[in-house]
Design a protein around this ligand. Structure first.
Ligand code: 13P
Length: 345
């Protein structure tokens, strides 16, 4: 276990004005995204699309690391350079998603537990040798009600997922890989923002309790958090300032100051909201950790929509992606302005 390396990796991941690109969609999720722009989800199209993202000129000005999927870590640029090697050479740290997806939880209809611990020690050793310096494990927490009218999430679901996250984090650290722990509280549903705040707080408190019991070094863990937002179908959609205030409040209540950084997922927010929320939190200040982005959809949607599978669109798609990365870099410093979006449009 190389703690010096993990310290350097974690610090670089959340360096000022930089964040992560989540490009670790499984082939199933990738198919959904590609279907929306009528691109066939072949291995070659997935490779070509990821190459477009990774070779965007100036990427490393805003993006410190990229989360890859197993298949992508094994793929190469069209010139035959492995993606991990390409990224490293260009100042971007390769990371790897290692959970095996969120599966239906036994006896808990409507809830999920993430699997993938079996054989993980061996996989992490291989990923380290392939250049991965950080990893990600995503757990999914659903707010709602079960058929009997009991509130979800259940304690069992929160606890099982926190336990798995802690075991994963311990295995990563043994392999000198910085674990990103991601307990995503979904924004799907008609719940209020107050409910989201309450369930987010319980989820994070449970997670850090488990990490402590498993002797995970908190100095070498990055939290990937969901923001505290109104349920997508709730009639009252909270504004930017309220989301920022509630999210920071929950983080301050539950996340140890020892953590090197907190990154956020976008979770289905609009591109601009994801940027505005991050910016508002950084303008508020007072957090003991750097707060930055680790977006998939909020960084990629515009690039995918511009690309649409055509080689002729690679340049414009890269420009659109570059712009979103730039906007989020400014938000990570609390320096984003809405007018900058209008200028680009
Ligand atoms: P979104 O930003 O699209 O929510 O994806 C982030 C992510 O990595 C989810 O695991």
């Amino acid at each position: 276990m190389d703690t010096k390396l993990m310290t350097e990796t974690a610090r670089a991941m959340v360096a000022p004005g930089k964040g992560l690109l989540a490009a670790d969609e499984s082939s199933g999720t990738c198919k959904k995204r590609f279907d929306s722009v009528k691109v066939e989800c072949t291995e070659e199209n997935r490779r070509a699309y990821r190459e477009l993202l990774f070779t965007t000129p100036g990427l490393s000005d805003f993006v410190s690391g990229v989360i890859l999927f197993d298949e992508t870590l094994r793929q190469k640029t069209k010139d035959g350079v492995g993606f991990a090697e390409y990224l490293l050479k260009n100042g971007v740290i390769p990371g790897i998603k290692v959970d095996g997806g969120a599966h239906d939880m036994a006896l808990h209809p409507g809830e999920k537990v993430s699997e993938g611990l079996d054989g993980l020690r061996k996989r992490l050793d291989e990923y380290f040798k392939m250049g991965a310096r950080f990893a990600k494990w995503r757990a999914v927490i659903t707010i709602g009600e079960d058929a009997q009218g009991n509130d979800l999430p259940s304690w069992a679901c929160v606890e099982a997922n926190a336990h798995a996250l802690a075991r994963y984090a311990a295995l990563c650290q043994e392999a000198s890989i910085v674990p990103i722990v991601e307990p995503e509280v979904l924004l799907d549903g008609n719940h209020s923002i107050e409910r989201c705040e309450e369930e987010s707080e319980k989820t994070l408190a449970t997670l850090f309790n488990e990490l402590t019991w498993h002797d995970v070094s908190l100095e070498h863990v990055i939290l990937k958090a969901s923001m505290v937002v109104s349920g997508k179908e709730n009639a009252r959609q909270a504004g930017v300032q309220e989301v920022a205030e509630r999210t920071l409040k929950v983080l301050k209540r539950t996340v140890p100051a020892a953590l090197p950084g907190v990154v956020f997922l976008s979770g289905g927010q609009t591109d601009e909201n994801a940027t505005a929320h991050l910016d508002a939190m950084n303008r508020m200040g007072g957090a003991p950790w750097p707060l930055t982005f680790s977006y998939s959809r909020a960084l990629q949607a515009v690039a995918l929509n511009t690309w649409r599978g055509s080689g002729a669109n690679v340049g414009p798609a890269q420009s659109a992606f570059h712009h979103r990365a730039h906007m989020n870099s400014l938000a990570a410093k609390g320096q984003w302005k809405k007018e900058l979006e209008k200028k680009a449009a």
